[in-house]
Write a protein that binds this ligand. Structure first.
Ligand SMILES: [Zn+2]
Ligand SMILES: [Zn+2]
Length: 243
């Protein structure tokens, strides 16, 4: 996809997206980014997965609270035929769990989606991408850019090394934004993790054979789960943002 930060600076968001961006989650201030990053590095799994997910939750909340009457949003939803199943689940969770959001907002958006689709049901247009998936890609690019910039400071490199580290999709995005020094660090850091993971994946298989009496360590028994999120990115069943 097109990388909005190729030239090294975040470009201004355009139109409907700019109005939807939560002032907190999507702030272009790197001080605010490092504030949130510090917190995520202490939690389980990939810190960028968590930041992106929180940003999506803010986006959905803002959308449902403020923008369900916006003609541009209605046009985007209609052109996409609504959101994908993953983001439909997120919209449902936010509507059911967060304050100040009512089902009528979702009903209003999907009234348009339904009506427009009915108008073309015999000859449906090819659908555009889910608007929330598009938002997520932009948020990922933005956070990867901030992370790559932040890691110029050795103190932050050490903090990342002590955390669970990045999933592979976010490792790749951050690598693409990094200068040479940060790039070298990221590759070495991720290679160290993956070698350790590889060892544990092998040990788990070996020790699970009936003729091997050695006990499986907790780190080894966690290896297959780690491999799944490390390579696929993290999925969250519940909302990360609370009222
Ligand atoms: Zn991630
Ligand atoms: Zn989606």
């Amino acid at each position: 996809m097109k990388n909005p930060f190729r030239r090294g600076k975040p470009t201004k968001q355009q139109g409907w997206l700019s109005r939807l961006i939560h002032p907190d989650a999507a702030s272009s201030s790197s001080a605010l980014f490092t504030y949130h990053l510090r917190e995520k590095l202490e939690q389980e799994g990939c810190p960028l997965c968590r930041l992106v997910r929180e940003s999506e939750e803010h986006w959905v909340w803002t959308l449902l609270y403020e923008f369900t009457g916006d003609p541009e949003i209605h046009a985007k939803f209609a052109a996409a035929g609504g959101v994908c199943s993953e983001h439909a689940t997120l919209i449902q969770q936010v509507t059911e769990s967060r304050q100040l959001v009512t089902p009528s907002g979702v009903a209003r958006l999907y009234e348009t989606v339904t009506r427009e689709f009915l108008g073309e049901i015999a000859h449906p247009r090819p659908e555009q991408d889910c608007p929330l998936c598009r938002y997520r890609h932009q948020a990922e690019e933005r956070y990867a850019y901030f992370l790559a910039t932040t890691l110029a400071d050795p103190k932050w490199r050490e903090a990342l090394s002590h955390s669970d580290g990045l999933c592979i999709p976010h490792f790749k995005l951050t690598l693409a934004q990094a200068n040479r020094e940060v790039r070298d660090y990221l590759i070495e850091e991720q290679a160290r993790r993956l070698k350790d993971l590889l060892h544990r994946l092998r040990e788990l298989q070996r020790k699970q054979r009936y003729d091997v009496p050695e006990p499986v360590t907790p780190a080894e028994s966690a290896a297959w789960r780690e491999a799944l999120w490390r390579f696929g990115g993290m999925r969250f069943d519940r909302l990360l943002v609370r009222d």
